[in-house]
Design a protein around this ligand. Structure first.
Ligand code: ADP
Ligand code: MG
Length: 617
C-alpha cells in the first residue's frame, strides 16, 4: 500500500494577510511565539482531559498529560510536543488554514479598526499559532487525533501562502510542532534562552513542561488555591519568584471574586519602596493572567498609577468554557478588574489600619507618597485614600500620627473646616504666628511637612464634606471669640491709619495691610494673598522657572495689641527713618516665619542699624 502524495492547500485570504504582517513585522517581542504554542499545547491537554472523562476509548490512553520542549542548536530547531487531543486531517485544514477558530480573529479585527500599529497589536493579542512564523523558516505540525480510527498527519508550511498535508506513520496522540528557525531567530534554539521565556510566560501552566527532559515549571499557581491550605512560606516563596524579589513582603492580599467578574488575585506590598532608592519610576508590576497563562507582565491600566508599588498576579477567566484568551483584551473588562481590585485593596488597607495600626504605620512610613499621589489624582477613590492618610497635628505629640477621621471626632461642634499648615518641620510650624489664634481657641491644626502635601491638599479640597483650609490663608474665618484686649492697644481708627502708612512703606511687596483679630503674641504675620495658589506653591514654581522676578505678594496683618506696633505708631512721627526700618524688619520677620524670605542680605545691614539706634547712637 502506497501512502498518498502530499496535498497542497492555499491559506484562506485572511490568514494570508495575517501571515504577511507577522512575517514582515520586525517585531521585537517575537519571543511570544513560545507563550502562544505552549498555551495551545496546554489547551489541547485540557480538552483531552475533559473528553477522557466521557469517552469510552481514546487513542494512546496511557500517555502522560505533559508538554515536552526540545531545542537543538546545531540543527537550529525548537520542538514543542503535547499529548493532548491532536487533530485529524480535516481539523488541520479547518484550524490552521482558516481564521474561523483562531484567536487571531480578534487581531485582524483590531487591525481593521485601529490602523497600522501591527507590531504593538501582536504583543497585545498574540497571533496564536501563526506567531511561529515570526521565527520560522519552516513549520511542521505532526499530529494524531485522539479518535481510535484514522492516522497521523504532517502539516508543513513556510508561511508564504500555501501549506501541504501528508500522512505520517507512527505518530503518538497529540501534536508535535517542529520549527526550523530562520537566520534572525537562532537564539530560540538555545536552551537557556527558552528556559527564561518559559519562566516568564508559562510558569503556571497547569501541566508539566519539560525542557530537554528537565521539568521547568515547579511553582504552583498559588492564587488559584484555597487560602487556608497555603503556608506563609509558600506565599513568600511565590512572591520572591514572581516579583524577582529577595525580601519578605510587608502585606499580602489573596482574594477571589465571582461577580461582576471571575477574579483570582494575589498581590503583595514589598518591604520597601524601590523608588525611594532613586531607581526612577517603577513599572506597574501586577501581572495579568488568564487561566494561568501570562498575558502581560506590566499591564498599564489594570490598576491605577499610584498602585505601581504592588507586585503579584491577577487572573481572570471571564468565559469559563471557552479556552481562549481573547476576552482579556477587552477594555471594559480591564476597567472592571481595576475597579474591583483597587476597591478590595483599599478596604484591606483600611482594615489593617484599624486592626493592626502599628504595622500599618510601618507600611505608611514606606509607601505614604503613593497614597498621597492617589488622594490627589485618583478621582474615583480619593476619599477612601484620604481616609488612609496620617499626619502630625497641633494636638499630637511629635512623631505621633493622626487621621482625618480622628480629627473629625475631636472637632468642636460648630467647627466647619479642617485646618492644616504646611512647613518644613514641626518646630517651624509651632513657632509660626498663624497658630496663635488656633491654639488660643483650642482648634486642632494638622501639620504637613512634605513638598507633595501642598498638591495633595489643594486637589483633595475636602474630606467628608468638611473643607480643608490652610491657616496661612487670609480669609480663614474663626468663630469669633473676641481677641484678648490688652492695655495700650491701638483703637480701630489709629490702626487703620497706621496700616495705610505701612502699606506705603512696603509698596509692591504687600497686597493688603490690616489690623489682625487673630494675632496674640506676635506683632505681625504674612498671609497668602492669592487664594488660588499658596505662597509656598508659587515659590516652588518660581524655583522651577528662574528669572521670573515678580515678588511674592502677601497680605500683612499687624497686631494692634502688641507693644511693638503701638511703639511703631509713635516712632513713625518722631523718627520716620527708624519707623521705616522697623516696618521693613517686621515684614522680613513675618516672611521668615512664613518660610518665604528670599534674600536675607539686606536684612543684616538693617538689623545693625536698628541695633545702633537701640544702643543709643
Ligand atoms: P486559539 O488558540 O486562540 O484558538 P490559535 O491560532 O493559537 O488560536 O490556534 C488555532 C487552532 O488550532 C486552535 O483553536 C486549535 O483548534 C488548533 N491547535 C493549535 N495548536 C494545537 C495543538 N497543540 N493541539 C491541538 N490543536 C491545536
Ligand atoms: Mg492559541
Amino acid at each position: 500500500m502506497s501512502t498518498p502524495k502530499p496535498e497542497r492547500f492555499e491559506f484562506q485570504a485572511e490568514i494570508k494577510q495575517l501571515l504577511d504582517i507577522v512575517v514582515h513585522s520586525l517585531y521585537t517581542e517575537k519571543e511570544i511565539f513560545i507563550r502562544e504554542l505552549v498555551s495551545n499545547a496546554s489547551d489541547a491537554l485540557e480538552k483531552f482531559r475533559h473528553l477522557a472523562l466521557t469517552e469510552k476509548e481514546v487513542f494512546d490512553e496511557k500517555l502522560e498529560l505533559e508538554i515536552n520542549i526540545t531545542t537543538d542548536d546545531t540543527a537550529n530547531t525548537i520542538t514543542i510536543q503535547d499529548f493532548g487531543l491532536g487533530m485529524t486531517r480535516d481539523e488541520l485544514v479547518e484550524n490552521l488554514g482558516t481564521i474561523a477558530h483562531s484567536g487571531s480573529k480578534k487581531f485582524l479585527q483590531a487591525l481593521k479598526e485601529g490602523g497600522d500599529q501591527s507590531a504593538n497589536l501582536i504583543g497585545q493579542f498574540g497571533v496564536g499559532f501563526y506567531s511561529a512564523f515570526m521565527v520560522a523558516g519552516q513549520v511542521k505540525v505532526y499530529t494524531r487525533s485522539w479518535h481510535l480510527e484514522g492516522t497521523g498527519h504532517c502539516w508543513t508550511s513556510d508561511g508564504s501562502g500555501a501549506y501541504e498535508i501528508e500522512e505520517a506513520e507512527g505518530q503518538r496522540r497529540g501534536t508535535k510542532i517542529v520549527i526550523e528557525l530562520n537566520d534572525e531567530s537562532k537564539e530560540f534554539a538555545s536552551a537557556d534562552k527558552v528556559k527564561g521565556l518559559l519562566r516568564r510566560y508559562s510558569s503556571f501552566v497547569p501541566f508539566p513542561i519539560n525542557l530537554n527532559g528537565e521539568k521547568t515549571n515547579t511553582i504552583q499557581a498559588l492564587w488559584l488555591r484555597g487560602k487556608s491550605e497555603i503556608k506563609d512560606e509558600e506565599y513568600t516563596e511565590f512572591y520572591k519568584y514572581q516579583a524577582n524579589a529577595f525580601d519578605e513582603p510587608l502585606y499580602r492580599l489573596h482574594f477571589s471574586a465571582d461577580a461582576p467578574l471571575a477574579i483570582n488575585s494575589l498581590v503583595f506590598v514589598p518591604s520597601s519602596n524601590i523608588e525611594s532608592f532613586g531607581m526612577g519610576r517603577s513599572e506597574p508590576s501586577v501581572a495579568l493572567y488568564c487561566r494561568k497563562v501570562m498575558i502581560d507582565a506590566h499591564p498599564k491600566d489594570l490598576l491605577p498609577e499610584w498602585l505601581r508599588f504592588l507586585k503579584g498576579v491577577v487572573d481572570s477567566e471571564d468565559l469559563p468554557l471557552n479556552i481562549s484568551r481573547e476576552t482579556m483584551q477587552d477594555r471594559s473588562l480591564v476597567e472592571k478588574l481595576n475597579r474591583v481590585i483597587t476597591g478590595r485593596f483599599l478596604r484591606f488597607l483600611d482594615e489593617e489600619a484599624t486592626k493592626r495600626s502599628e504595622d500599618y504605620l510601618k507600611f505608611y512610613g514606606e509607601f505614604s507618597v503613593y497614597l498621597k499621589e492617589g488622594a490627589a489624582t485618583d478621582f474615583s477613590n480619593k476619599e477612601k485614600i484620604a481616609k488612609l492618610l496620617r499626619f502630625e497635628s497641633s494636638l499630637t505629640e511629635k512623631g505621633k500620627l493622626t487621621s482625618f477621621d480622628d480629627y473629625l471626632s475631636r472637632m468642636k461642634e460648630d467647627q466647619k473646616d479642617i485646618f492644616y499648615l504646611i512647613g518644613p518641620n514641626r518646630e517651624a510650624l509651632e513657632s509660626a504666628p498663624y497658630l496663635e489664634a488656633f491654639k488660643a481657641r483650642n482648634l486642632e491644626v494638622l501639620f504637613l511637612y512634605e513638598a507633595v502635601d501642598e498638591f495633595v491638599m489643594s486637589n483633595l479640597r475636602e474630606y467628608k464634606e468638611k473643607k480643608l483650609v490652610s491657616i496661612d490663608q487670609s480669609d480663614v474665618e474663626l468663630e469669633d471669640t473676641p481677641p484678648p484686649s490688652s492695655e495700650g492697644a491701638l483703637d480701630e481708627e489709629t490702626t487703620k491709619n497706621l496700616c495705610l502708612w505701612i502699606r506705603d512703606q512696603l509698596g509692591d511687596r504687600v497686597a493688603e495691610v490690616s489690623g489682625s483679630k487673630r494675632l496674640i503674641d506676635s506683632p505681625a504675620m504674612a498671609l497668602n494673598a492669592d487664594k488660588m495658589m499658596s505662597a509656598q506653591m508659587r515659590r516652588m514654581m518660581k524655583a522651577m522657572h528662574q528669572g521670573d522676578d515678580t515678588p511674592i505678594k502677601v497680605n500683612l496683618e499687624v497686631n494692634p495689641r502688641h507693644s511693638l506696633i503701638a511703639r511703631l505708631n509713635e516712632v513713625r512721627e518722631t523718627n520716620p527713618e527708624l519707623g521705616t526700618m522697623i516696618v521693613e524688619q517686621i515684614y522680613d520677620n513675618a516672611m521668615i516665619s512664613a518660610g518665604l524670605l528670599e534674600d536675607a542680605r539686606t536684612m543684616v545691614d538693617r538689623i545693625y542699624k536698628i541695633l545702633e539706634t537701640a544702643a543709643g547712637k
